[in-house]
Design a protein around this ligand. Structure first.
Ligand code: SIN
Length: 511
């Protein structure tokens, strides 16, 4: 490990002109699109810059690929599907197991890339790599767990079979907040089910994306099975191409509800299957019977992961009036211990936000909550894209966070009096991805878990994300699940095969 003593940097990679990201294995840097196993430039020759969120410095560039480039990648994926769909499940399983091992082998380099272009802290970045690897391991198992059904038949002598088949070419539109996690959560089931894909990397974080493409190649994913394009100024045209192209049979998108609705409208023309993992605006409730240290730890795990930039981060925090002051004091004391700075720096717990617009949004929310009567009891300062993890108390229930997800390390504490009131407040949102609450009452745990209008509930925990669960929301948080066995089914079509007896026309049971 290299230590830059001037900046007291512990995890900082050893940067040289030849190795600008300071990786142990610099061949993981692939500054190109990857189509049919080939490294490609944009057809118009243009490139875009990628920035370090901590300093704003340009750290590299990627091809700015066009809608025509996306269409070409789709054709390659479609051609490859014709043979890959019949590949042996054990072959696919071995590939995913090798990919899991490669993630672990290159965990330090992948974490470095995540810190370079996403800015998250070293612990968050390293944790994301392990989280990503777990999708490879889970879906390796799913290769051999894909099962159909044999059903009863109303028609004498006939048998009903339900078989599952790969859906075809998938467009995988991945976000910047988990540069490794989200491509893996989508691409691993593509490989497991015998589908093919075109990934559209996020322009903030394409280097991690393309390094994972290189690991897929090393793991034995055949050329053309997973293709990846990078784009910035053509983002909308590329999105339109991938959601309207007739050869694409499924779109999987993680991002905002606003963009999800645009993509869904575009995909409606060809009725593509969709998985949409969209905005969350998660409620978190601390009841009067909560164990407060557990509630504080859970709130930190949910609210401040990735500097508050996850879809499942708590956005509205409701605390019962009888424990409000004590909870606020304990939470603020912990938050004051956080250290904000570049993700490579020693002791940094929280990296900068992804860009200036994100920090501006945080500032706007702090100002709005203070205008509404809130008091900042921890944090509240900003330097460039780095904002301090912040706790604001005395926030009224009717505040800006009802409509807007802050996507920043801002914990706004709202008082409540009783369960019915707080459940109503929690459900007063158009979206419903995750919700959390803290209580030691077993009856209440079931009651509130069932009452919350969300796809995922954390009761006495702020950490719910795993490869084995059906991750996804309800309402305007989207539809479709990622992870779990449901995450495999998303990439499979169910087909009925009704097998009759060779005795002439079927018996007429329906008259
Ligand atoms: C997301 O924020 O989109 C994903 C969060 C997770 O997988 O935990």
């Amino acid at each position: 490990m290299t230590v830059d003593t001037k900046r007291n940097i512990a995890h900082r990679p050893n940067v040289t002109a030849e190795n600008p990201f300071g990786l142990n294995d610099p061949t993981l840097i692939v500054p190109y699109g990857i189509v049919g196993g080939r490294m490609v430039e944009s057809s118009d020759g243009s490139r875009f810059d990628v920035h370090d969120p901590a300093t704003g410095a340009v750290i590299g560039s990627m091809p700015d690929m066009t809608a025509a480039d996306a269409a070409a990648a789709v054709r390659v994926a479609d051609e490859t599907f014709k043979t890959w769909r019949n590949s042996n499940i054990l072959e696919r399983q071995k590939i995913l197991l090798r990919l899991n091992d490669l993630f672990i082998l290159h965990a330090t380099d992948l974490a470095r890339l995540i810190v370079w272009e996403n800015g998250k802290s070293w612990a968050d970045a390293y944790g994301e790599v392990l989280y990503s690897a777990s999708f490879c391991a889970w879906f390796a198992g799913e290769c051999v767990r894909q099962r159909g059904d044999v059903l009863a038949s109303a028609i004498p002598g006939q048998r009903n079979l339900v078989i599952k088949q790969p859906i075809g070419v998938c467009a995988l539109l991945v976000p910047w907040n988990f540069p490794a996690g989200m491509i893996t959560r989508k691409a691993a089931p593509v490989i497991a089910t015998g589908c093919t894909a075109v990934v559209k990397a996020d322009p903030h974080t394409p280097f991690t994306n393309q390094a994972i493409m290189e690991l897929m190649r090393r793991a034995g994913v055949p050329d053309g099975v997973v293709n990846s394009i990078t784009t910035h100024k053509h983002l909308q045209e590329v999105g339109a191409e991938l959601t309207t192209n007739r050869l694409v049979k499924k779109v999987s998108f993680t991002g905002s509800t606003r963009v999800g609705k645009i993509l869904a409208a575009q995909a409606a023309g060809t009725l593509k299957k969709l998985s949409l993992e969209l905005g969350g605006n998660a409620p978190l409730i601390v009841f009067e019977d909560a164990d407060l240290p557990t509630a504080v730890a859970g709130t930190i795990a949910s609210k401040f992961r990735g500097s508050g930039q996850t879809c499942v981060c708590a956005n509205r925090i409701y605390v019962h009036e009888s424990v409000y002051d004590e909870f606020a004091a304990q939470l603020a004391a912990k938050v004051k211990q956080f250290k904000v700075g570049p993700g490579f720096d020693e002791g940094v717990t929280h990296g900068p936000l992804i860009n200036a617009a994100a920090a501006d949004k945080w500032q706007g929310h702090v100002d709005s909550l203070v205008r509404a009567g809130g008091r900042v009891v921890a944090g509240g300062k900003r330097e460039g894209n780095a904002v301090q993890p912040t706790v604001i108390v005395d926030v009224p229930a009717d505040c800006v966070l009802n409509e807007e997800e802050t996507f920043s390390p801002l914990a706004a504490l709202i008082r409540f009096r009783d369960e019915a009131e707080v459940v109503e407040l929690a459900n007063r949102a158009d979206v419903g991805l995750a919700g959390y609450f803290f209580s030691r009452d077993a009856d209440r745990i079931f009651r509130v878990a069932e009452a919350l209008e969300v796809g995922m509930v954390g009761a006495n925990t702020g950490a719910i994300s795993q490869a084995f669960i059906p991750f996804g929301g309800v309402k305007e948080s989207g539809y479709g699940k990622e992870g779990g066995y449901e995450g495999t089914d998303e990439f499979l079509n169910k087909k009925l095969v009704a097998i009759g007896k060779n005795i002439g026309s079927p018996a007429t049971v329906w008259g």
